[in-house]
Design a protein around this ligand. Structure first.
Ligand SMILES: Nc1nc2c(c(=O)[nH]1)N[C@H]1C(S)=C(S)[C@@H](COP(=O)(O)O)O[C@H]1N2
Ligand SMILES: [Mo]
Length: 218
């Protein structure tokens, strides 16, 4: 599916206006140890689809996951090689900046810990830039990526992750707003310097903690 450049431009303009207006901001924060639902969020049962309107078809043939940059061992994994890595089941919540949250999602995939163990980031490494097949990018600090609940997932609720949700493999960083969780992951770049991603340069918060309501950059 490709909704085209006109659709994408309208989406970007609308979201940038949201950021300028501070739409959905409640002006409150919450402690994740006490409040499971972050401020201003509404629970949903379905799983909405959000992206730039292009959902790339990433076949097993086309799939390649590169992990490179400031690492001792660069990795370039085929889908078979990725699936042969130790797999973990996890359950976590999702929080989207457009206000919906969805609890208790059951994932299967490879932990960020395991991948970082293999590549061995160099001492100067401090940031992670995620690059996707649709050209999307997003950035997190290395310490945010290197958490026990961060995974590269290929299954949701016991079934392969659908193309619209980023299959065959997407990133999942449950404690940040979902725009940090790149779908159709292609490359994980480990860097010394931060590099704000697609939405981060368009008014979205660089850090994206839902309990601090870090929706927008101002
Ligand atoms: N590759 C890629 N990843 C992406 C996006 C995108 O446009 N391209 N959109 C982000 C945004 S803004 C959100 S809210 C979530 C939505 O994930 P979902 O469609 O599975 O709900 O994906 C994030 N990851
Ligand atoms: Mo989003």
């Amino acid at each position: 599916m490709d909704k085209g450049a006109g659709w994408r431009d309208k989406l970007i303009a609308a979201k940038q206006a949201w950021a300028r207006q501070g739409r959905l901001l409640t002006g409150t924060t919450a402690d994740p140890a006490v409040a499971r639902l972050p401020p201003g969020q509404t629970l949903v049962k379905d799983w909405p689809v959000l992206d730039l309107g292009e959902q790339p078809a990433v076949s097993a043939m086309k799939f390649r996951l590169d992990i490179d940059g400031l690492v001792a061992n660069t990795l370039s994994l085929t889908l078979d090689a990725f699936m042969a890595l130790p797999q973990t089941e996890s359950v976590s919540d999702m929080h989207c900046v457009t206000q919906w949250s969805r609890y208790d999602n059951r994932w299967r995939g490879v932990s960020a810990h395991a991948l970082l163990d293999m590549v061995q980031p160099l001492p100067e490494a401090a940031h992670v830039i995620l690059h996707a097949h649709d050209g999307y990018t997003t950035n997190v600090r290395l310490d945010q990526f290197d958490q026990p609940d961060v995974f590269l997932v290929h299954s949701w609720e016991g079934a392969p992750l659908s193309r619209e949700h980023g299959g065959p493999v997407r990133v999942l960083i449950p404690r940040l707003y979902l725009w940090k969780s790149a779908k159709w992951i292609r490359r994980i770049e480990i860097a010394a310097q931060d590099a704000p991603g697609f939405w981060e340069v368009r008014g979205y918060h660089n850090n994206a903690d839902p309990w601090l309501e870090e929706r927008y950059s101002q």
